[in-house]
Design a protein around this ligand. Sequence first.
Ligand code: FE
Length: 496
Amino acid sequence: MQNLPIKERFSVPVSSVPYERNDWKKGYLSQPNEYDYWIDEVEGEIPSSLQGTLFRNGPGLLEVNGQRIHHPFDGDGMICAIAFDNGRAHFRNRFIRTEGYLKEQQAGKILYRGVFGTQKPGGWLANAFDFQLKNIANTNIIYWGGKLLALWEAAEPHRLDPKTLGTLGKDHLDGLLEEGNAFAAHPRIDPNCEQDDGSPVLVNFAIKPGLSTTITIYEFDPQGKLLHSQDRSVPGFAFIHDFAITPNYCLFFQNPVSFNPIPFALGLRGAGECVKFEPKKPTRILVIPRNSKEPVQILETQSGFVFHHANAFEQDDKIYIDSICYESFPEVEANSDFREVDFDAIAPGQLWRFTLNLNDKTVQRRLLEERCCEFPYVHPNHVGHPYRYLFMGAAHNPTGNAPLQALLKLDAVTGEQQLWSAAPQGYVSEPIFVPRPDGTEEDDGWVLSLVYDASRHRSDVVILDGRDFNRGPVARLHLKHHVPYGLHGSWTPNVF
Ligand code: FE
């Protein structure tokens, strides 16, 4: 990781650090086993109206036959499905049988370079000029148009059987994608798209990097049929992981980074390790119309790095985007161990609101939440629309950079917040908000998160009441094993 000057406000006295590094590291141990069982250790009560399936994706293996990978982002995708049915819950996990996973498991060694620095054994000579990508399918999972798709942004999705999680193979979206084509891991669902008579629409994008960057935007109806797509070219290299939508726009942050491919070509570094943050350059906000051929508008704002956006909406002639911003891109160093990262040396992700004025092309930003946070989530009916409540993973302490140990509910209108913390030995994952079927209030629902419990080296599914985090978990479902820290997931009302 890059060494940054430590700022006063980021430093935390050692005595107040609410976690042990060795505890945190254990959450990065591989889970090679595949399970299938009804969860019978439950504290509290699973709400009977919570009907559906929570899918999670993330790296399941942090090594191949004892050979360590360099970064969790290079780990083979493993899906967990927790199905809720009449007050009971069933757990299942399966590795995605990608070509790379099968070949490496058979060979018992690393055969591919990873984007985030994993190298084949044998030094740079064994890695030079090998540009083959291993589609590891490890970032997100969605159920849309009757298909369960595991997503990894640099290549096509893998389709799985939603009942068994068995891998059905790569999915080219009815011929839309060619072999190896990118398809981002951050689709957004427009809850009521006017262009589709008010039906929900899945919007996603693909990035083709280069000296200029092509962004392709796809929109799919609930049956998974393509409604329309568009290609837009923007100047410069772009490293874009996520985007935000409103009824009329797709919004991208073109982070101020440059890419030097030479160390990658020479087998010295992974491609992701060749991305360099350019602190003197502004972030460009790309405003792309969804429903017209009007040109892309490019606005500039203060430098920073964004992986994830919480939400965006249009109001009073302006566009608002809420995003988790870092002061800098947390660069991956070639000879570092991510388990030994110096949290204090890195500025935390914080929630900012950007206000875009398309008339005078200005951007204003203000800090909504100072606490270190990531993985923002909002009520699905408010995606792209004005909203009030945000659910996020957060650090236990109000300042400083630290692992995510708490779940934070933020009222973006009043600034009021509620925090449920799993510290000192619990580590949370992305919270997923599931609306109560007959609920009318925006926070009336449940917040689901997989929480790693280092005291028992096992994971729990924690269910919080979205209206009141202070009650503590409504239910805590103890799994029989741990699940390594994951990335993203989704909820579907279908019980699989
Ligand atoms: Fe992401």
